[in-house]
Design a protein around this ligand. Structure first.
Ligand SMILES: *[C@@H]1O[C@H](CO)[C@@H](O)[C@H](O)[C@H]1NC(C)=O
Ligand SMILES: *[C@@H]1O[C@H](CO)[C@@H](O)[C@H](O)[C@H]1NC(C)=O
Ligand SMILES: *[C@@H]1O[C@H](CO)[C@@H](O)[C@H](O)[C@H]1NC(C)=O
Ligand SMILES: *[C@@H]1O[C@H](CO)[C@@H](O)[C@H](O)[C@H]1NC(C)=O
Length: 332
């Protein structure tokens, strides 16, 4: 190739990246401010000062909470502390979060929990699945919950070529789950390029001991995932594309897209209301503030509820906002 051609290609590449950067700035909507509301029933939960990432509530009212995520490019309030799973009894008047003891034989020092999901077996055994990032890799850990001992017994570590850059998980059988991949690349600089170019190469993956497959593709950054009350639909959030995908679940675990709900906000994790079927979404109003993180000017969080086609947006910034759902420490 001649020098001129190389220069022309280089210039075109730079122009493309520049254009994508402008689009990225619009996507993260750096200028957006949230008017805080202070819901009266919110209070600081002691023991979660260093952040919390995900929550899963059993029908009995016992809640599992994963500690603040450690993620490349994101600030952490306790970078040197190992991750933990907390238990909280929501039936109590003033529930406290208590760290669960984890059985020996599991590498607790490198524990870095992300999305979590519970499954109750026919014999009433409670299994807790945890997306883990030991040494910034991705694994899925399966634990058995011992309620009397308030402990988790580690059963197995699941690794697979398709289970990379995992974010959230929803378990639908004793050994079957869907999980989201939030980045295609695992190298930090390639991830940056992926974000800037808005590649849409991430997906939802299905796992069972006999089959692992991609079941929904084309996400910019697949994030929170949950299942409808009737177990017929999967909801998956695309944080970068600011939308929620509604997917129909088939007998063979394949998913087909029913619709995409555009929310115009960075949608993170999703929770299905067990009484109404409404979807609650934890959202980030300001992507730039989330990345830069200034305690004097915190990024805040937003809670959205999706019900019968209507959408309400509730900015949440209670006094204990760091403890639940600020997203400041975890982000993805
Ligand atoms: C950013 O958010 C504000 C507040 O919701 C909205 O008015 C504005 O149009 C958004 N800007 C972009 C570029 O999306
Ligand atoms: C939070 O992190 C700090 C610094 O690592 C640590 O000293 C403290 O014990 C942690 N607090 C909790 C509640 O985990
Ligand atoms: C936690 O587990 C360890 C090892 O299994 C055990 O020695 C310890 O007593 C347990 N701690 C509590 C508070 O149950
Ligand atoms: C939702 O995700 C954010 C960011 O990852 C996290 O800080 C928050 O604790 C999560 N909230 C729930 C209710 O899972």
């Amino acid at each position: 190739m001649g020098k001129l051609m190389v220069l022309t290609l280089f210039g075109a590449g730079l122009a493309l990246i520049g254009e994508r950067l402008v689009a990225l700035r619009q996507r993260t909507n750096a200028s957006r401010e949230v008017e805080p509301v202070e819901p009266q029933s919110c209070h600081l939960i002691e023991g979660l000062e260093n952040g919390s990432e995900d929550i899963d509530i059993l029908p009995s009212g016992l809640a599992f909470i994963s500690s603040g995520l450690k993620y490349p490019g994101m600030p952490s309030f306790a970078p040197d502390e190992p991750g933990q799973i907390f238990l909280m009894d929501l039936n109590e008047q003033n529930p406290r979060a208590q760290a669960l003891n984890i059985s020996d034989g599991f590498d607790k020092a490198s524990f870095n929990p992300h999305g979590i999901s519970t499954f109750i077996d026919e014999d009433h055994t409670v299994y807790l699945y945890v997306v883990n990032h030991p040494h910034m890799k991705s694994t899925v850990e399966k634990f058995k919950f011992e309620e009397q001992q308030r402990s988790l017994v580690h059963l197995k570590t699941i690794k697979h070529e398709l289970l990379k850059s995992l974010n959230d998980i929803v378990v639908l059988g004793p050994e079957q789950f869907y999980a989201t991949r939030d980045h295609y690349f695992t190298n930090f600089f390639l991830v940056l390029l992926e974000i800037i170019m808005d590649l849409h190469w991430t997906y939802v993956v299905f796992y069972s001991p006999t089959e692992v497959k991609v079941v929904a593709e084309g996400f910019s950054s697949a994030n929170g995932i949950t299942v409808s009350l009737d177990k017929k639909y999967i909801y998956a959030a695309d944080v970068a594309a600011q939308n929620i995908h509604v997917l129909k679940k088939h007998e063979n675990w394949d998913l087909t897209q029913v619709k995409v709900i555009h929310l115009g906000i960075l949608v993170d994790n999703l929770t299905e209301d067990p009484d109404t079927g409404d979807i609650w979404a934890g959202c980030h109003p300001n992507g730039m503030k989330l990345l830069i993180y200034n305690p004097e000017d915190p990024p805040g969080s937003e809670l959205e509820a999706r019900r019968q086609g209507k959408l309400s947006v509730e900015p949440v910034k209670p006094p204990g906002y760091r403890a639940m759902g600020s997203g400041t420490e975890s982000g993805s």
